[in-house]
Write a protein that binds this ligand. Structure first.
Ligand SMILES: [Zn+2]
Length: 489
């Protein structure tokens, strides 16, 4: 007996030591990719001039309102004219085609056998929320440059993209650069209202011309600074897909009647139970595919404990899953999200409702689709008194290849410009013009090469949108490298 206990103890200790050893070895091997093969670039730019051009672009009130009413057409045509006069080299060397009020430039490559690439952004902006003007430290369309910061609507979304691309191409032309692949540039005028007449029409035109792109690069994620939980290093988050969306009405019906003699349940209480059930049963998701790849890359730059967790998913998988699902930001990367947004019931205080409706918006992860979400919800909540009605939506995009050359070119460009930073594929939570361009591209990437910190987030579609001159210039260097590397064979 004694011998048996001793042997068991020895076996347990040996197993524990072995597991601990595996954990430590895997953690120690879970390191960033080597930086020695990346040559950091040194690109001299006239930063004051870049800033002045972005500021000038911001001053055009190229606002997309939800309806075409209120649109100031002259601001759009003036912006197009401004691009022509401000970037004469681009207009001389590249071929411009106006598609409605969107611009499509073609920079002929030296090798027609290679598939072209597309670098794109949009120059329309969202309106400034009426009444919020006073909250801006600098007027939203002033383009004021104060203490090295460029202020105004579009500074991040997405005039910095448009002007950044034009500056990058100008720089490359001045250097006598000739792309091997044909490079298309496009600047959309209606992205903020779906992009149908801009990116949509350009996509149709390219299709008609038989153009199939190797890849496209549109706005999307940024170089995150302190935004990704647990990460101190900068992280270029190159989005390779965007989520879809579906809105469902959960409808509870009942006989109605006077509220003085209510039955045990009525439409409102039935609906409340259904909503609670939805909240308690999130759409299944978790690590896998894209999210595994993202966390695998990012965690290599994290402190030892976090590295240890991600390096040993075989053991800690469930723990990681629970942690990531608990945070709204990371949860959105793992699954289709559920958000009840609107409610309606009876029209009078003393009348029992014959119908109560909850409107629920789901943001669809690429692993799901509109039908599968409708089926999931129906199966979960539908009954004699509860039905589910779809209001419409859009499926998630295809997931682009993060092992393809285009992705690697963008990733390498970011490390050449920003140094030894983390680069990882990501999932876009919002929509972009890539839903159109993706139809003519083998891969569609969504990424702006500018740094974004938490305090910048309120600028998007909100107040005090701004970018520092240094950050803008660094992003232009990013575009230069992306075009230089990406247009090579
Ligand atoms: Zn945008």
């Amino acid at each position: 007996m004694k011998k048996f206990i001793r042997n068991t103890a020895v076996a347990l200790i040996t197993a524990t030591v072995a597991i601990a050893a595996i954990i430590v070895i895997k953690t120690l091997n879970h390191t960033p990719p080597p930086f020695s093969d990346v040559a950091e670039v040194n690109i001299q730019l006239d930063e004051a001039k870049l800033a002045a051009n972005l500021a000038a672009a911001i001053r055009f009130k190229t606002v997309s309102y939800q309806t075409s009413k209120g649109k100031q057409n002259k601001e759009f045509s003036d912006f197009i004219a401004w691009v022509a006069t401000t970037y004469p080299q681009v207009n001389e060397a590249l071929q411009l085609e106006l598609v409605n009020q969107s611009m499509l430039y073609k920079w002929q490559g030296s090798d027609d056998a290679l598939k072209p690439i597309l670098i794109t952004g949009h120059y329309d902006v969202v309106p400034v929320i009426p009444g919020s003007e006073a909250k801006w430290q600098q007027p939203p369309f002033s383009g004021n440059i104060v203490d090295g910061v460029i202020w105004g609507r579009g500074a991040l979304d997405d005039k910095s993209g448009v002007v950044g691309i034009l500056q990058a191409v100008t720089y490359l032309l001045e250097q006598g650069f000739q792309p091997q692949r044909t490079v298309y540039l496009s600047f959309g005028h209606d992205e903020e209202i779906g992009g149908r007449n801009g990116a949509g029409a350009i996509t149709a035109l390219l299709k008609e011309q038989g153009v199939q792109l190797a890849w496209s690069l549109d706005e999307g994620s940024f170089v995150f600074d302190g935004i990704f939980p647990g990460l101190d290093a900068l992280m270029a988050s190159i989005n390779v897909a965007e989520k879809g969306s579906i809105t469902l009405d959960i409808v509870a019906t009942a006989p109605g009647g006077h509220s003085s003699m209510p039955p045990q349940n009525n439409a409102v209480s039935d609906l409340a139970k259904a909503i609670t059930k939805l909240q308690d049963n999130p759409v299944p998701g978790g690590l896998g595919g894209l999210s595994t790849e993202m966390f695998d890359n990012v965690s290599r730059y994290m402190p030892f404990t976090m590295r240890g967790l991600f390096a040993n998913q075989w053991l800690f998988g469930p723990v990681i899953d629970r942690q990531l699902s608990a945070s709204a930001t990371t949860n959105a990367m793992l699954r289709t999200t559920t958000a009840p947004t609107m409610l309606s019931g009876s029209v009078k205080t003393n009348v029992l409702p014959i119908e109560a409706i909850a409107t629920v918006n789901f943001r669809i992860h690429p692993r799901d689709n509109m039908q599968s979400i409708e089926d999931y919800v129906t199966q979960l909540v539908a009954s004699d008194t509860i039905s589910v009605r779809a209001r419409g939506g859009i499926n998630a995009s295809a997931v682009s290849d993060w092992n393809a050359k285009g992705y690697e070119d963008i990733a390498r460009s970011m490390r050449e410009v920003y140094g030894d930073i983390a680069v990882a594929p990501g999932l876009m939570i919002a929509g972009s013009d890539s839903k159109h361009y993706g139809q003519v591209a083998d891969n569609a990437y969504r990424f702006n090469p500018f740094v974004l910190a938490s305090e910048d987030l309120t600028g998007f579609h909100g107040t005090n949108e701004k970018i520092t001159v240094a950050n803008f210039a660094q992003g232009v260097r990013g575009y230069i490298q992306i075009i230089r590397n990406g247009s090579e064979q």
